[in-house]
Ligand binder design. Structure first.
Ligand SMILES: *Cc1c(COP(=O)(O)O)cnc(C)c1O
Length: 368
């Protein structure tokens, strides 16, 4: 019998472990009928705010909308510039574009892959309105120099925490550091719904209030519209599922750190660049990303062993056809461009077993 495929993220195992609780919660909401902005939405917002150690959480339809509405709450719009990394998932940049502002891209730090603060400083102009550090792969961006720049130039800091539920920077939770932060509850994220979902967190009640209005047609009272809003709400069923999963998130993040530690130990000495842990970081390993000189060969070995893997991300934002209008060229961001062809993401999820880790290591060892 062939070895079963090792998934990149195994959501089935997690569901089987939680099935009775989740099925009951879904049944309860169907019976009750509060499908939109129901009781579980409010409770999740309280519980996720507590988890992030921040006063306010407002849930929305997905992570991209969380970023979009967070930027709008900060007053970002046409004529403004928002600085963000080119080494990120495209949604960070789409959210900036949606506001009418111009995304100004910068390179990343070669060790930690997050927004380079020195390059960020150089990119600031009189039009800059906000900085968007991305806590990429589950490791926080270096926030102190970014907060300093924001203070000096009176800029908003919008954290893209879509990969960083529970990560910490110098003991502070991602989502509690900038003016406002965006989370995604896409199924594969560290805290994932069974469909799309997202949230903003903030210490500022004025920004929380603005997002709260924007997500629900701009209405405070039914049919009374204070601003031009959107329909961007989290389903009650998804909120109920997320509440059940949130109780496990701390231990799931511990399990990810444990798996990453095993990979670190067992892959050491091979011709692979392993993820570097920043001294300020508590990492939550949304992804475990290695560097290789010969990606085709490593991918071939993983494929032969029926091990699923990913590439995050193969084409930097500034070289995507969709953003050709920003006018960047090959060579604009050398660190990111050098990384892009070298990266491979190995299977990473909390339920990863020692035997599965061993299997990935064997496949890597055969070629690296
Ligand atoms: C997932 C993700 C998003 C977008 O979240 P969606 O819920 O998929 O809209 C934004 N930024 C980063 C870095 C992400 O990983």
């Amino acid at each position: 019998m062939p070895t079963p495929r090792l998934y990149f993220v195994d959501l089935q195992t997690q569901y089987q472990n939680l099935k009775p609780e989740i099925d009951a919660a879904i049944g309860r909401i169907c019976a009750r009928g509060d499908f939109v902005l129901g009781e579980d939405v409010k409770l999740l917002e309280q519980e996720f705010a507590a988890f992030c150690r921040v006063p306010h959480c407002v849930t929305v339809a997905n992570g991209t909308e969380a970023l979009h509405l967070a930027l709008l709450a900060c007053g970002v719009g046409p004529g403004d510039e928002v600085i963000a990394p080119t080494h990120t998932f495209i949604a960070s940049i789409i959210a900036i574009h949606e506001t009418g502002a111009r995304p100004v891209l910068v390179d990343c730090d070669p060790r930690y892959y997050t927004l380079d603060p020195v390059a960020t400083a150089r990119a600031i102009t009189p039009r800059t309105k906000a900085l968007m550090p991305v806590h990429l792969y589950g490791q926080p961006a270096d926030m102190d120099p970014i907060l300093d720049l924001a203070n000096q130039h009176k800029l908003f800091v919008v954290e893209d925490a879509c990969q960083a539920h529970g990560a910490e920077y110098k003991g502070r939770r991602c989502g509690s550091i900038g003016d406002i932060a965006a989370f995604s509850f896409y199924p594969g994220k560290n805290l994932g719904a069974y469909g799309d979902g997202g949230a903003i967190t903030t210490a500022r009640s004025d920004l929380a209030e603005k997002v709260w209005l924007l997500r629900n047609y701009g209405q405070r009272v039914k049919y009374e519209h204070t601003c031009k809003g959107f329909n961007s709400r989290l389903d009650t069923i998804q909120a109920a599922i997320l509440r059940i999963k949130l109780r496990h998130l701390e231990s799931w993040n511990d399990a990810r750190r444990h798996a990453a530690g095993q990979y670190d130990r067992l892959l050491a000495g091979l011709r692979l660049g392993l993820p570097a842990l920043a001294p300020y970081a508590k990492h939550v390993y949304h992804l475990y990303v290695v560097q290789t000189d010969d990606r085709k060969k490593l991918q071939g070995a993983l494929d032969d062993a029926t091990i699923s893997h990913g590439i995050h991300y193969p084409i930097p934002v500034h070289l995507q056809p969709a953003f050709a209008d920003l006018g960047y060229q090959p060579g604009s961001f050398p660190v990111t461009e050098a990384l892009a062809p070298r990266l491979v993401s190995l299977p990473m999820f909390p339920e990863l077993t020692q035997a599965q880790i061993q299997r990935v290591v064997e496949a890597c060892r055969a070629v690296a």
